[in-house]
Design a protein around this ligand. Structure first.
Ligand SMILES: Nc1ncnc2c1ncn2[C@@H]1O[C@H](COP(=O)(O)OP(=O)(O)O)[C@@H](O)[C@H]1O
Ligand SMILES: [Mg+2]
Length: 252
């Protein structure tokens, strides 16, 4: 069995609070794994540690068998990891296409000086980024809004644009932080199909999500966190009936 990512004993405190407390699990290559738990459980903090936005107090993250200790946040796309944010991060005065292209620019090696003098190499990379971004918008069936600006599109589309930006770099592992938050039922059903189509492309997915229907319908396995700790892990059918999980969600 191939592990694409292995989380080993990750711990992170903020002041006196252990946001993530000795959490270990792995994501198999080619699986959709869900990371669930009540608000404040430490899920987003774990994503921020994986993607190097936060330092950790202890533990290790291995990606494709390699220790990611010295990876930098801006290099992750190069290694094959990309993510979306729980709070959608779109830039208001850039078009949808340009917003998606931002994802690709992290991958291109153009230096600031290249960009400044607009060297041919830069133009080529710009064209490539544009092509990839457009391709991704088409794949997500939102290419019709490529020229629009974030404040001109409905919320549900913004979530898809956020996914497009993470997807256009063709990651090996996609981290989705609450992609269904704020979506209505029909949008959530469409999102479920979209997640499957992404997965069919061979991309492994780690999904933070509160919508239990979505989680139960799309994940191969689930890890549950509460108050920083991993409290359960297993198949959806098992997690659904786990005492600790029911208590974490409904028992307080
Ligand atoms: N940058 C930060 N500074 C201080 N506390 C934080 C920070 N980020 C998260 N926390 C705290 O860590 C805990 C876990 O938060 P978070 O990872 O956002 O949970 P979840 O995504 O599961 O809802 C919470 O108590 C939260 O207040
Ligand atoms: Mg969160």
């Amino acid at each position: 069995m191939d592990k694409i990512m292995s989380i080993e004993g990750i711990t992170k405190s903020f002041g006196g609070i252990k946001a993530v407390d000795n959490v270990s699990f792995f994501v198999k290559k080619g699986e959709i794994k869900a990371l669930i738990g009540p608000n404040g459980a430490g899920k987003t903090t774990l994503f921020n540690i994986i993607t190097k936005l936060y330092s950790k107090d202890s533990g290790k993250v291995f990606f494709m068998g390699k220790d990611t200790e010295n990876y930098k946040s801006y290099e992750l796309v190069k290694y094959g990891i990309s993510r979306t944010f729980q709070n959608i991060q779109l830039i208001d005065d850039m078009s949808i296409l340009e917003n998606v292209m931002l994802g690709y620019h992290i991958k291109t090696k153009t230096t600031a000086i290249d960009a400044f003098f607009s060297l041919p190499k830069n133009k080529k990379q710009e064209d490539k980024a544009k092509e990839k971004a457009m391709e991704t918008l088409k794949f997500l069936k939102i290419d019709s809004i490529s020229d629009k600006y974030p404040n001109e599109i409905p919320f549900g589309y913004k979530r898809l644009v956020e996914i497009a930006r993470a997807l256009c770099v063709q990651p090996e592992l996609l981290l989705l932080d609450e992609p269904a938050a704020g979506l209505n039922e029909s949008e959530t059903n469409k999102l479920l199909k979209t997640i499957f189509r992404i997965w069919e492309q061979g991309i492994s997915i780690l999904l933070i999500e509160h919508d239990m229907n979505l989680v139960m319908n799309c994940s191969h396995s689930i890890v549950v966190m509460d108050e920083g700790r991993k409290i359960a892990e297993g198949l959806p059918s098992y997690i659904q009936n786990d005492e600790r999980v029911l208590k974490a969600y409904f028992g307080k």
